[in-house]
Design a binder for this molecule. Structure first.
Ligand code: G3H
Length: 536
């Protein structure tokens, strides 16, 4: 990269600017924004700016480094608000809880510009993708409300089987800890946080490692729109804060998007793991298989976005490409041409695709993967591949990749693209069978028989098989899950409501006496649970 890559301060457009330094001291416990007087964690942007003394990394603010004490206070508030299921929130009617969430959504939309700009500055996500993340999250909350109304309508009736009548409803699980990832610090966090809340659980929420400041503009909305203790927001080092929460044994739900190692380490700390339900979105190494008869234009286009959108920092990204030997030369030529056209630059630049990486030490890690592949016989095929400029790592296409290399197994979560040539259809199958991960894969081809064989080989291995399409989470109504070290539980708009709740039923023999009691409860609206009231 040339030194021109990073901008002059004055060249940053007004629309992408954020306040000079955002010193955040506030955190939310029991409906109150408290101010932290202790140590702060500086927030370093992946973006450098040119100054008279050279390139300087932008330090855009700081966040509170709370200790286990504050974390436990947040937990106490959530435990009290849940009150063993007798708190106002878990006992509230569905329609009342929906009203709280709707109020929050109005307030959240008011913060769009600042949240989008913070996404750009904190994690380097392009403006277009940052806006998409914000809007998709608002849509997800709306869809969640719609799905809950539907669920409630379906529960508003009685069923009768074998002489027993019953009404089945979904009720909350208890106190949830929600933690999201840095690559989708708003979207993926809120896709567990809001289903957890709306089902009546109370929550301790700890924002991701990076993409933390962008929650700050929403703190007042959280405070004002939910009863005290229902949502508590803490900051600090994971080990100290979250570890302490786990050890109490008071968490009923653990919703975590991150690494399987992180999830394992934390789950082990719970003294009664069987009492804690885990919903996990973890690592993945999704392969694409490009067959000889694939539509090359489509395969290349899908693989470019599949491997490199948000610099490959998506759990669903294509992280290894198996290309049939008969077409590998053509695929590589076209793929490399296509990525040469990708624009690298600052997140706010129109049409930008490749941007600086937010994780400290990430470029060194990626360089390690590339060096290891080169030492084991791979070559870098694209112009500029392997170039590093501070937090920027230029897309790097490695070929031929084999099972001696780390990149064959490790999830790079960055713009390094390993290409494995293959002869027999068995080779990618063996790769998937032996992989520790099992999220998704993509097959590119046109021969229906061959594709069908692959579908059957893979259907017990991964959560989603994509045909002539890159891997992805959306549409959000589709199930999103994984096997092995890739996930626990299934998320989708409707599934998330299920994973944060449990079915409870009231059942009785269909006798005249019981019919009379139930009839009276319903007619006189004597119970919030046993009711046939219908939400319109
Ligand atoms: O990081 C993992 C995300 O769930 C991926 O979502 O496929 O919509 O980018 P996406």
């Amino acid at each position: 990269m040339t030194p021109e890559f990073f901008p002059l301060e004055e060249a940053i457009p007004a629309s992408a600017r954020i306040p000079d330094y955002l010193e955040q001291r506030e955190y939310l416990i029991n409906g109150k924004l408290r101010s932290w007087a202790g140590e702060l964690n500086p927030v370093a942007s992946p973006i450098f700016v040119k100054t008279a003394s050279g390139l300087t990394q932008k330090i855009i603010g700081s966040t509170p480094l709370l200790t286990s004490r504050e974390a436990l206070e947040a937990l106490d508030a959530a435990v009290a608000a849940y009150d063993l299921g007798h708190g106002a929130w878990p006992r509230m009617t569905v329609i009342e809880r929906i009203e709280h969430v709707e109020r929050f959504l109005v307030r959240m939309r008011e913060q769009r510009t600042l949240v989008v700009n913070l996404l750009m500055w904190e994690i380097g996500k392009s403006q277009k993708d940052s806006e998409k993340e914000f809007d998709r999250t608002c849509d997800y909350i709306l869809d969640t409300i719609r799905a809950l109304k539907e669920l409630d309508r379906n529960s508003s009736r009685f069923i009768e089987e074998q002489g027993i009548m019953g009404q089945i409803r979904r009720v909350p699980l208890g106190v949830a800890l929600c933690m999201g990832p840095y690559n989708y610090p708003l979207n993926e966090t809120f896709t567990t946080l809001f289903p957890a809340l709306i089902m009546g659980n109370t929550v301790v929420f700890k924002p991701a490692k990076y993409g933390v400041l962008l929650i700050r503009p929403l703190l007042e909305a959280f405070r004002d729109c939910f009863p005290p203790g229902v949502i508590n927001i803490i900051y600090g080092r994971g080990r100290e804060t979250v570890g302490a929460l786990m050890e109490t044994g008071k968490l009923d739900v653990f919703a975590f998007i991150g690494t399987n190692k992180g999830a394992n380490d934390l789950k082990k700390l719970h003294p009664k793991p069987h009492r804690m339900k885990a919903i996990l979105g973890l690592d993945a190494k999704n392969p694409a298989i490009i067959l000889p008869d694939a539509d090359m234009d489509n395969a290349v286009a899908e693989c470019v976005t599949g491997t490199l959108s948000f610099n490959g920092q998506r759990c669903t990204a294509l992280k290894i490409l198996f290309v049939h030997k008969t077409v590998v030369a053509e695929f590589i030529k076209r793929y490399c041409e296509a990525i040469t056209r990708l624009k690298a630059g600052m997140p706010w630049e129109p049409g930008v695709s490749i941007t600086p990486l937010p994780e400290p030490g990430k470029t060194d890690y990626l360089k390690g993967l590339v060096d290891d592949a080169l030492a084991n016989g791979a070559r870098i095929l694209n112009p500029g591949g392997g170039t590093i400029d501070r937090t920027y790592f230029h897309p790097t296409v490695l070929f031929p990749v084999n099972d001696k290399m780390r990149i064959y197994y490790e999830e790079q979560f960055g713009p390094v693209v390993p290409i494995v040539p293959f002869d027999s259809d068995e080779e990618p199958v063996r790769y998937v069978l032996n992989s520790h991960f099992g999220q998704q894969l993509s097959i590119f081809g046109t021969d229906s028989k061959r594709i069908a064989r692959y579908i059957d080989d893979f259907s017990n291995q991964v959560g989603r098989i994509n045909l002539n399409t890159q891997c992805q989470r959306g549409p959000d109504s589709f199930p999103f899950n994984g096997r092995k070290d890739s996930a626990e539980g299934t998320l989708s708009v409707a599934d998330a409501l299920r994973v944060f709740s449990i079915r409870t039923l009231v059942a009785a023999k269909t006798t005249e006496g019981n019919k009379k009691i139930v009839g009276q409860i319903l007619r006189n609206r004597e119970s919030a649970f046993l009711t046939t009231d219908y939400i319109f």
